[in-house]
Design a protein around this ligand. Structure first.
Ligand SMILES: Nc1ncnc2c1ncn2[C@@H]1O[C@H](COP(=O)(O)OP(=O)(O)O)[C@@H](O)[C@H]1O
Ligand SMILES: [Mg+2]
Length: 371
């Protein structure tokens, strides 16, 4: 993504492998990030996100592979000589230093003259709207305010890239969304390249230009939020991003599946698997309609439970062969929840929204637990 302001570095990782003793934490990671782009590293705990961030920051040297900032190799340059700003999970502010001195810290370490430090800190605190609290100690600030100070400190050194490791995990849910919007606006407005680590898929979807989905030290897929949601490349990505129903089926023609739940569905494009193979069919809850008049084939189900989750009811129903299906039904003040035991007929709204994956060996239920 092109930005007019050339503040941000571009970053390239090439064939990065990392071992901690016998444990391989990163396995062949290659990735390019454009100047000014905001990228999320998303994946379950232990998949290597923090390790990758520390390699980019320079706190860790990769066992193998290259790290390039603006085309120049930096993997042997120590952290304090890279133009990289860090925001840590718990902000890591110095408790005995004022807000002003926390932001000034990296500038003093770089031997910037006092007057220039004063001007720079004032500029950074104004940017994050904390100028009026410059004399406070971190303990006298709310979580959101501490996070703004941590961001001001990271930006004060004029980094080409800012790395944020689970920066919202200490905030409660309501404040988190406000801070996500605010920090995204600040970083994009400032034009700096940024990488945010998260295990929260909603956070990744709402903040990032592109998302890097990681699993067991590898990159599963890189793409925009829309691409990852609509065209997941792997079963793992499909499971990890958003909610999906996985139904067992057989591919009976290149563009036709027969669900064990009963019906056959025509696909929008040919499936990559050979005809005759067992597949898992992914259908997002919002892609399932409760059919009034049966236009086309429907799956007969029985409602097990209806959960009122704010804007929508989530209905969990059971197919004739015992599979579980979740459906979203928009709520209105007048609507009544559908009672347990009610028989419904389900149909697929849009076949382009269906994902087809090779059925995993063994019991599929055991491998399909959500994040
Ligand atoms: N200092 C370390 N020593 C040994 N193993 C580590 C160390 N740091 C991380 N690991 C291991 O490397 C893998 C990746 O860890 P990490 O990058 O922290 O994952 P994430 O941030 O995605 O939760 C995990 O298996 C973890 O146990
Ligand atoms: Mg981590």
């Amino acid at each position: 993504m092109a930005v007019t302001d050339k503040r941000g570095n571009d970053l390239a990782l090439s064939g990065v492998n990392h071992w901690f003793g016998p444990t391989q934490a990163l396995d062949g990671v290659s990735l390019r990030i454009d100047p000014g782009e905001m990228v999320a590293l998303l994946g379950p705990s232990g998949c290597g996100k923090t390790t990758l961030l520390q390699i980019i920051a320079g706190f860790l040297q990769p066992t193998e592979g290259e790290v390039l900032l603006d085309g120049g190799r930096v993997d042997h340059i120590p952290a304090n000589r890279r133009r990289v700003g860090m925001v840590f999970q718990n902000y890591a502010l110095f408790p005995h230093l004022s807000v002003f001195e926390n932001v000034a810290y990296g500038l003093r370490a770089r031997k910037m003259p006092g007057a220039a430090i004063k001007a720079k800190v004032a500029e950074m605190l104004a940017l994050v709207k904390m100028g009026h609290l410059a004399d406070r100690l971190p303990s006298q600030l709310s979580g959101g305010q501490q996070q703004r100070v941590a961001l001001a400190r990271a930006l004060a050194i004029e980094p080409g890239i800012v790395l944020l490791d689970e920066p919202f995990s200490a905030l409660d849910k309501n404040l988190r969304l406000d801070m996500q919007i605010e920090i995204k606006g600040l970083l994009k407005g400032y034009g700096v390249t940024s990488i945010i680590v998260t295990h929260d898929q909603e956070e990744a979807l709402s903040m990032a230009d592109r998302i890097v989905v990681m699993n067991r030290g590898r990159i599963e897929q890189v793409g925009t939020p829309d691409i990852l949601y609509d065209r997941p490349a792997t079963l793992f990505v499909n499971q990890f991003i958003g909610h999906a129903n996985f139904l067992q089926a057989a591919l009976v023609a290149p563009r036709r599946v027969k669900l064990e739940a009963g019906i056959e569905i025509d696909l929008a494009e040919p499936a990559p698997q050979p005809v005759g193979s067992a597949v898992l069919v992914s259908i997002r809850p919002e892609n399932i309609a409760i059919s009034g008049t049966s236009a086309g084939p429907t799956i007969p189900v029985k409602v097990r439970i209806t959960m009122p989750l704010g804007a929508a009811d989530v209905i969990e129903a059971v197919t004739p062969n015992g599979e579980t299906v979740k459906i979203h039904k928009t709520r209105s003040p007048a609507s009544k929840p559908i009672a347990s035991g009610t028989a419904l007929a389900l149909s697929v709204v849009d076949p382009t929204g269906i994902g087809i994956f090779a059925a995993p060996a063994g019991d599929p239920a055991s491998t399909l637990h959500g994040p």
